[in-house]
Unconditional design. Structure first.
Lengths: 353, 318
């Protein structure tokens, strides 16, 4: 986008006359950081509050999932993950702490690399931590398909994937927090399609914008939302039409559901939500680490002072947590929201002070 | 085995590189000397635009140069893992020799140890360097109104190494910026005497870390202008993909300079006359608004902090 036009739009956002105090929620870890990184959040008019929802996959993963990964690792398997997960505290430890004690933990940038590791080392069990929303799940499904096709017996996924629309629905149904409008994730929408978000406007009467990730996407998306709020409208606006179609990406969805099926799932902070997660279909049981490895889990626990749960429900901002920046920092994280690069606490700590 | 290695080193680095006596005896002339040391453990050993040998020479040369010293002598201590390919060692030593010749420094002493398989990762190199100070060290009083300069694009080294390590195919053509900065510093010193208040090479932790070191506990802040600093598209792409920021990525041929605002253009001009400063530019200023902080003004005019990050974004990059 033309630089001058961008500056003009930025000026419009900065001086926007709001009808009253407004809270808008974003539900995407990349939005959390990009609003800060691009400086768009700094342009927000005073009475506009941006609330972070359950949009960081690492953050919403409950401790029990990591506890299981660690127990599987203790059995000698190689645990393979995206880097964000390594420092996240589990109930009693973390993958990073276990690695320092000798557990085999590998970081990759693509799940396909995990399969390659398994093929290179057929004597080791290789377990990939399949965490992420609709954006990463098709890739993880594709790896499971490839593993089955090539009959790689020492490879499995530990499914922890989640679906975003059911979580937003659960938040709205709970009525616990007042959100005036939503900015929903562009990448997720490119897979599931804009239609998947229509319920926000239709069933709950809230305006909703699908936004991309460039500075101008964030500015125009926020402006579209405020224009609707000012006019008392509640519609779904696709502000990322260059990537998001109404029906999404049918090929990706087909791959995803060939391997996975929707299942009830536990979210940190939000608790169990019906049909909000993905489990592996029975045909892939051999590649499902949760079935392949029978482990005994310790009693899961949360750090007593950690308020990640309330944060992920949009009830508080990171700075409202008494641990923020004191007992909890990126070097010594207490909760996952301080660890992940997409976590709201990490973003506030990094950019906001 | 050791005789063979010593022979190879002496042949490539020159007869002085393994001194026959217990130490090299030098005569750097009158005046103060600058003395520094650094160890290099980068993985992989070879990456686009450089290798561990070139890095080991330039890294130490640069630590001397940014203080305002003229680098003269280096030591070279090698720790080799048993089984290291002799062809690779030869290439690394040849690269050190080329880098030393280009920078105009002599490798005057050295040592080699071989450790068992698994006790090191191929090769580690330590270099120490001595330079002479012709003027006072470049550590002047920084004040609001000063300008912040850089000599070219940000993040090339870290991203080139990471791309090589992770076989990211879309960065083809991106090279590490690994280069000596002494010629550039000498040009600035002779064209604009007394103009530079501070210079530091922006290695681990990148430009953002250097700026944080400058403002820490001081009464002034540094503000960078995002639109002004050069970042290559490949670097932006990889950083975006991996969620890291070019401003925190290591460079091996870039320095951050602070000077009086009125003399900034003159220095930029001098830097641009050198190979290592072709893309030199002003990237920000020193102000009084947020004491002790580094602030980034984004392209759209928003502001955010650039704090010191405790976490290393990428391990073993140098």
């Amino acid at each position: 986008m033309d630089k001058e036009l961008k500056k003009k739009l930025a000026g419009r956002l900065r001086s926007y006359g709001l009808p009253g105090p407004l809270s808008v929620m974003e539900i995407c870890g990349t939005h959390t950081t990009e609003f800060f990184r691009t400086g768009v959040k700094d342009l927000f008019p005073d009475r506009l509050r941006l609330v972070d929802g359950p949009g960081c996959p690492v953050c919403v993963t409950p401790n029990e999932y990591l506890d299981r990964a660690i127990e599987i690792g203790k059995s000698g398997a190689v645990i393979v993950s995206f880097g964000d997960m390594i420092k996240v505290p589990s109930s009693y430890s973390s993958l990073g702490a276990e690695r320092a004690k000798g557990m085999k933990v590998e970081v990759v940038y693509s799940p396909m690399e995990a399969l390659e590791l398994a093929e290179k080392d057929p004597d080791s069990e290789v377990v990939f931590l399949s965490v992420g929303f609709e954006t990463t799940a098709p890739g993880e499904a594709a790896v499971a398909l490839r593993a089955k096709e090539r009959n790689v017996k020492n490879f499995s996924l530990l499914p922890g994937n989640k679906l975003t629309p059911p979580a937003v629905k659960a938040l709205l149904e709970s009525g616990e927090v007042r959100i005036d409008g939503f900015i929903v994730p562009g990448h997720v929408s490119s897979v599931i399609g804009s239609e998947a978000w229509e319920f926000i406007a239709e069933d709950f009467g809230k305006p909703c914008v699908i936004a991309g990730f460039e500075d101008y996407d964030l500015i125009t998306g926020t402006l579209a939302l405020m224009d609707m709020l000012a006019a008392g409208e509640s519609k779904l606006v696709n502000g990322y039409a260059r990537a998001v179609r109404p029906g999404g990406n049918p090929r990706a969805m087909e791959v995803l559901y060939r391997v996975f099926r929707a299942a009830d799932s536990e979210w940190r902070g939000l608790g169990p939500i019906p049909s909000s997660g993905l489990e592996m279909r029975d045909e892939f049981a051999d590649f499902d680490a949760s079935r392949k490895f029978r482990v005994t889990l310790p009693e899961p626990r949360e750090h007593p002072g950690c308020r990640c749960g309330e944060l992920l429900r949009g009830l508080i901002l990171p700075v409202d947590c008494p641990l923020f920046g004191k007992a909890c920092s990126p070097e010594r994280p207490v909760g996952p929201c301080m660890v992940s690069t997409e976590g709201p606490c990490a973003a506030y700590y990094k950019y906001g002070r | 085995m050791n005789d063979m290695i010593e022979g190879l080193i002496r042949k490539i680095l020159g007869p002085e590189s393994i001194q026959l006596d217990d130490s090299a005896v030098l005569d750097p002339g009158p005046g103060k000397i600058a003395f520094t040391t650094d160890s290099f453990t980068v993985t992989p050993l070879f990456f686009p635009g450089g290798d561990i040998g070139k890095l080991a020479v330039n890294g130490t040369v640069n630590d001397l140069a940014v203080m305002g010293a003229i680098p003269l002598y280096l030591s070279c201590a090698l720790i080799l893992e048993e089984g290291l390919d002799m062809g690779e060692l030869t290439k690394i030593l040849e690269s050190m020799r080329r880098a030393a010749d280009y920078a105009g420094v002599k490798i005057v002493t050295g040592d080699t140890k071989v450790v068992g398989k698994g006790a090191a990762d191929g090769i580690y190199i330590n270099t120490a360097g001595i330079g002479i100070m012709e003027n006072e060290a470049l550590r002047g009083e920084i004040a609001p109104g000063d300008a912040v300069l850089i000599n070219g694009s940000i993040g090339d080294h870290g991203v080139a190494v990471m791309a090589e390590r992770n076989r990211l195919s879309f960065t083809r053509g991106l090279l590490s910026d690994c280069a000596p900065l002494n010629h550039l510093m000498e040009r600035v010193a002779s064209n604009c005497p007394g103009a530079v208040k501070f210079a530091r090479d922006a290695t681990r932790g990148g430009v953002a870390s250097v700026l944080n070191e400058i403002v820490k506990n001081r009464h002034f802040s540094a503000t960078l202008n995002e639109a002004s600093f050069p970042v290559k598209d490949e670097v932006k792409g990889v950083c975006g993909l991996l969620g890291i920021e070019p401003l925190y990525v290591a460079n091996e041929g870039k320095l951050v300079m602070v000077c009086d605002g009125g003399r900034a253009e003159e220095i930029v001009h001098a830097m641009r006359e050198t190979e290592e400063g072709r893309e030199a530019c002003i990237i920000g200023s020193i102000g009084a608004e947020y004491p002790g902080k580094v602030v980034l003004e984004t392209e759209i005019g928003g502001r955010r902090m650039l704090p010191l990050l405790a976490e290393e974004q990428l391990p073993r990059i140098c």
